[in-house]
Design a protein around this ligand. Structure first.
Ligand code: DLL
Length: 433
């Protein structure tokens, strides 16, 4: 029997959802226009005023917001509530350029926790559960988000944070953790470590809530099988609150977007045109209940598809597919678009684990692509001819998937550094030129 955290919202009719969205959008636009000079200027440049926004159907009239806007307005330029009402910030890992800082009032945190609680209940969580949170705590939203959600559900919450794998496994065994929350790459690493120690029988996990980075269906099956759990996807981004913007239900065919808080659109990333349901494009979010940091038409750069198909779980909120890559992470190699997820699917299909790195370089003005992947103990081989044959097999499979040549290098088990948070998979040395 499917359980919901807020059934009256999660299973509301489409008409009801549209009504909420229209009312909240109108109020949000009015508030930012009046209180945030940066928004007012952007709207004036596009020739729109709050009076032009009469329902959710008018959303397309509003200007987009990008990460560059967030950087321009850093740190306080987009804050829409008095600072005395803000109680928290969170921030992105900020590998490139300035960090993005998001602000929260207590009310914002409360609603964010609700979103994460919906995800935990959808993964079967109840107050009887022991929720083991191994997302990072601190500026990253993963730990605080799932922590807050777990409290709301009333589960016993283990604020483990990431790292110290030995201690993670010990707590998991001793305290009987039943739901694991972490990045899929860390889940894979924990699964590997549990097997190495022969502790599978002492693990009581039943479900995992994994997100913050792209992962394939092949990786899902691998983790599910190794840990004996059902693995649920969860999506979110700091700018829009953090984890819990959308989450998977028992059907595992996409993530329900919490539409009472966030309006989703799919656009053509080049023209900005809004695309119909079922078409692939860039995901854009408008947050309609945030007090401190409401973002209007924020371009996520994540490429995915929306679907309004009826879901067997009973939830009515629109579903997004797993992001198929990011428009800015997409590698263009010799003019061909390559998504790391395509490479991962090939590797896992051929029996390798998701321990790989993709090296891109430019040699003699021509792009090169090299995939380094660890041999698994089962596939391990130390004869040169066997290794060469296995590499050739992968080269052919990658060529069939990507349409271009990728050099493949099989490396020793455990030689690729394990990640405790988001995995670093792409090393693009062309950026140095
Ligand atoms: O990663 C929030 C989060 C924490 C989500 C824990 C889920 C679980 P950021 O660090 O701001 O926030 O990174 C956001 O990560 O735009 C996506 O590109 C990517 N991402 C997040 N969840 C998924 C997912 C958190 N389930 C960026 N699948 C987003 C694929 C994801 N990519």
């Amino acid at each position: 029997m499917e359980r919901y955290y807020q059934p009256e919202i999660e299973c509301a009719s489409q008409d009801q959802i549209k009504t909420w969205q229209s009312e909240r959008l109108i109020a949000t636009v009015k508030r930012v226009y009046e209180n945030v000079p940066y928004y007012r200027k952007k709207m004036e440049e596009k020739g729109v005023t709050p009076d032009d926004i009469k329902s959710v159907e008018d959303l397309h009239k509003l200007p987009f917001l990008t990460k560059d806007d967030l950087r321009d307005a850093y740190p306080y330029g987009l804050v829409a509530a008095p600072l005395k009402d803000c109680v928290r910030i969170q921030s992105t890992s900020g590998t490139t350029g300035r960090r993005v800082v998001a602000f929260y009032t207590q009310h914002d945190i409360d609603l964010w926790d609700d979103c994460c609680a919906r995800a935990i209940v959808a993964a079967g969580g109840t107050e009887e559960d022991v929720v083991h949170v191994s997302y990072g705590y601190g500026l990253f939203t993963g730990g605080p988000g799932l922590n807050g959600g777990s409290h709301k559900v009333g589960s016993l919450t283990l604020p483990m944070s990431s790292g110290n794998t030995e201690r993670q496994i010990q707590f998991m065994c001793d305290l009987g953790s039943t739901i694991l929350c972490c990045t899929p790459s860390y889940a894979a690493y924990l699964a590997e470590s549990i097997h190495e120690r022969g502790l599978q029988d002492q693990i009581k996990l039943k479900a995992g809530i994994f997100g913050a980075e792209a992962w394939t269906q092949e990786m899902r099956r691998d983790i599910e099988q190794k840990l004996g759990i059902k693995a649920y996807d969860i999506y979110g981004l700091t700018e829009i609150s953090g984890p819990g913007v959308s989450f998977e239900c028992s059907e595992q065919t996409g993530m329900h977007i919490n539409e009472d808080h966030f309006i989703a659109e799919i656009i053509n990333p080049i023209t900005g045109e809004v695309l119909p349901d079922g078409e692939k494009g860039e995901l854009v979010f408008t947050s309609i209940t945030k007090e401190a940091f409401p973002l209007i038409r924020y371009r996520t750069r994540d490429i995915c598809v929306l679907s309004h198909k009826k879901c067997s779980c009973g939830r009515t909120h629109v579903k997004m597919s797993k992001p198929m890559g990011r428009s800015d992470d997409m590698l263009i190699i010799k003019g061909v678009n390559v998504f790391p997820s395509q490479i991962e699917a090939v590797l896992l299909n051929k029996g390798y684990a998701a321990n790989y790195q993709i090296y891109v370089d430019r040699v003699n003005n021509s792009d090169t692509l090299e995939v380094r992947v660890e041999m698994t103990p089962e596939l391990f081989s130390d004869t040169v001819t066997e290794v060469a044959a296995k590499e050739k097999e992968l080269v052919d499979a990658l060529k069939a998937m990507l349409g271009i040549y990728a050099k493949v290098k099989l490396v020793a088990p455990k030689s690729i550094t394990r990640s405790e948070g988001k995995a670093v998979r792409i090393i693009d040395n062309r950026k140095l030129y």
